[in-house]
Design a protein. Structure first.
Lengths: 291, 287
């Protein structure tokens, strides 16, 4: 029987006891909270893609830097009503979703964890999660960072060329070359590549839309954001070229995402505390219009 | 390479594709939604105790009866404000927690699953989860039931006598019972060298006392730290892995019986007895 890990070695928040969590907070471990979604991902991928990838990426990073990272239990349901024409998709409305994330993070902050990363696995979670991060920053004395895992693949502008074959933009948007490859890397037995299909959504055709292209890795290039029912622009739930996915590409993608996450956490952990300056002549007698 | 399970064999909701979800709904599978809590469990048990037990229980049942059920991803965090004096406890406002649960269950109903069973891991939240089920039954065509896992062990009135050594009452948290089950599920994560016995400091009262298997007739809530210095209520030093294995097995087999009954339970038609059509909407008032 192997030994119980020390607080410094343990990277799972849930596996610590309360006296150990007090120590972990004193060690200034950074909390990484994966926030996913249970959502359709085409005919070839299970609906747990966003939970599965965000959780596994966070765990892989934490295994390499357990003294710096504590991975909290994943929030497995996200913001998703636009995809409801596809069975299995789950949705939590904006207010309970944001409030849930904020309360979980306020709990971490209450216990002394002052660096929290919201580590998102689902694109449509980003607007509400950005709001949650902002509220945590303003309503607690913790720092809260918010990122979607794929964003870290854009730090090295040349990295994408090492693996990507699909069309830019549009080849990597949902259940695509990118997500399918990453899933294949972690667990190929759950992927039915014989059912993988490609679909480039109409708005990625410059002749039809000059401003509205959508790609996970095109650096947020579309100035025109229009969120409609998913079923209006994909017949099977794919946005991109799933058939180009391979586990080898997945390994390259995962390695980059994990090493960048560790780099970010290392920097985030050592950021100096900031100080708010209130420029009113005296402290206001009214409360802030919070929330 | 293992073959991919068929929809009938697959008991994990989130391992299906969207096409397979349609098939699973047509197979009339019961969706089981485990609801945990991340909270202090004394100096010897990890804070994921409730989440681990309820998830493991649902999956063990699913493995044995996959044709009748699908286990959805566990909602890990819930309302637990009273334990916030102990580091690591996470609490989500009760209203937010309930709205979150209602939204998820309405999602199952929307996709055609008409039998949903909420499996609660934190006994103190059984009232909140009952409210969730009630709302679903009145606002959707689905039927939603809830059960708190500890109640599975009182179905057979003789069962708890067969393992319990700790005093009654007073066995209520991170006790002989929960510690034994954690030992059975993941012994490496338990630090038995730190286990301490502590009986809640309520004083003798015929009205106010707590126990996993039968509390007093009066509920008098307060901060956990008022009642226990270690976070333990009970006698975890009496925990044993063998007791945990027997308790878990009993819970799984009783849960399977519940699934079997609930799977076949019809939703009976509502009868409206007003003399004429109602002049306004129902006072639902909650969302």
């Amino acid at each position: 029987m192997s030994n119980r890990p020390t607080v410094s070695e343990q990277y799972l928040y849930g596996k610590l006891t309360w006296p150990e969590l007090r120590q972990a907070a004193e060690m200034n471990k950074v909390i990484v909270l994966p926030v996913g979604s249970t959502e359709q991902h085409g005919k070839h991928l299970p609906i747990n893609v966003d939970n599965f990838l965000a959780t596994n990426l966070a765990l892989t990073a934490a295994q390499r830097a357990p003294d710096k990272i504590l991975v909290a239990p994943t929030i497995p349901y996200g913001f998703n009503v636009h995809a409801f024409d596809f069975p299995g998709t789950m949705h939590v409305p904006r207010d309970p979703f944001v409030d849930y994330v904020v309360d979980v993070c306020k709990s971490f902050s209450y216990h002394g964890f002052k660096r929290i990363v919201l580590y998102d696995g689902h694109g449509s979670n980003m607007p509400p999660l950005n709001l949650a991060a902002r509220r945590i920053a303003l309503e607690t004395d913790a720092m809260c960072a918010c990122l979607i895992w794929v964003a870290l693949l854009g730090i090295d502008p040349d990295h994408m060329q090492t693996w990507r074959e699909s069309q830019i933009p549009g080849g990597c948007a949902h259940a695509c070359e990118l997500e399918t490859s990453a899933y294949l890397h972690f667990d190929a037995t759950k992927v039915q590549m014989d059912k993988a299909e490609d679909n480039i959504a109409w708005y990625n055709d410059p002749a039809q839309s000059k401003f509205g292209a959508v790609d996970l890795l095109a650096g947020g290039s579309n100035p025109l954001k229009v969120v409609e029912w998913t079923s209006t622009y994909t017949p099977q739930g794919v946005m991109g070229q799933a058939t180009l996915a391979t586990p080898q590409k997945g390994e390259i993608i995962v390695e980059e995402a994990v090493s960048r996450l560790i780099q970010f956490v290392e920097q985030f952990q050592t950021l100096p505390e900031t100080e708010r300056r209130d420029h009113h002549p005296k402290q206001s007698s009214s409360p802030l219009p919070a929330e | 390479m293992p073959t991919r399970p068929t929809v009938a064999q697959q008991y994990r909701f989130d391992h299906l594709t969207w096409e397979e979800i349609n098939q699973a709904a047509a197979l009339k599978k019961v969706v089981v939604l485990p609801i945990g809590s991340i909270q202090q469990h004394g100096p010897h048990l990890p804070v994921d105790t409730d989440e681990l037990i309820v998830t493991s229980l649902a999956l063990a049942a699913g493995e044995r009866q996959p044709e009748k059920m699908l286990v959805a991803p566990t909602i890990p965090y819930s309302y637990c404000l009273e334990a916030m004096d102990f580091p690591g406890t996470v609490s989500v406002a009760s209203k937010t927690f309930m709205s979150f649960c209602v939204a998820v269950v309405k999602g199952f109903a929307y996709h055609g699953f008409d039998h949903i069973l909420l499996l609660n891991g934190f006994p103190r939240n059984d009232n909140l989860i009952e409210l969730v089920g009630r709302q679903i039954n009145l606002e959707t065509d689905a039927i939603c039931a809830s059960t708190t896992w500890t109640s599975l062990l009182t179905i057979d009135p003789e069962f708890n006598k067969s393992w319990r050594e700790s005093n009654f009452p007073g066995s209520a948290h991170a006790d002989e019972f929960e510690t034994s089950v954690y030992l059975a599920l993941d012994a490496i994560s338990v630090d038995m060298s730190k286990a301490v016995d502590e009986i809640p400091s309520d004083g003798p009262s015929p009205f106010v006392f707590e126990d996993h298997f039968g509390g007093g007739s009066v509920y008098l809530p307060t901060w956990t730290s008022v009642r226990s210095t270690s976070g333990v209520m009970g006698q975890p030093t009496k925990a044993k892995v063998e007791k945990g294995k027997r308790i878990f097995e009993e819970a799984v087999s009783q849960f399977l019986e519940i699934i079997t009954e609930f799977h076949d339970r019809p939703k009976r038609p509502r009868q409206e007895h007003q003399a004429g059509p109602s002049l306004g909407p129902l006072p639902l008032g909650v969302s």
